[in-house]
Design a protein around this ligand. Structure first.
Ligand SMILES: [Cu+2]
Length: 117
């Protein structure tokens, strides 16, 4: 390591906010269909410790930025399942799923031709 690098890394280490290493970014597959699903999923994650949550109705991927000191990833799966959406790690209860609007019933209806709003 040359001197410039040493100075750079020293500067970097002493100037990094300590909590930054607790901020994590994850991508979770969440099953759903439409814009209503999107707002439902994102609203379910409007919580302390979650900085951003954004779900893509086409790719079914949810991108989340969260504080891992406050929120565990398994908890995120649980919150999503609680509002009726399955993930690869948590399944929504049948009665919660069945209460979703028709356009959101991703398990037993193919809505792939539906226009996203
Ligand atoms: Cu929907």
């Amino acid at each position: 390591m040359n001197l410039i690098n040493l100075i750079f890394y020293t500067f970097f280490i002493f100037n990094s906010p300590v909590q930054d290493d607790k901020i994590k970014t994850s991508e979770i597959k969440v099953f759903g269909n439409c814009g209503m699903c999107k707002s439902r999923i994102e609203k379910a994650l409007d919580r302390t410790g979650i900085k951003t949550a954004s779900w893509d109705s086409k790719t079914k991927m949810l991108k989340i930025v969260y504080n891992s000191a406050k929120v565990k990833e398994t908890q995120i799966h649980t919150w999503i399942a609680e509002v009726g959406h399955d993930t690869e790690k948590a399944k929504a209860k049948d009665e919660v799923y069945a209460a979703l609007p028709f356009c959101c019933l991703y398990r037993d209806h193919d809505h792939s031709g539906m226009k996203d709003n």
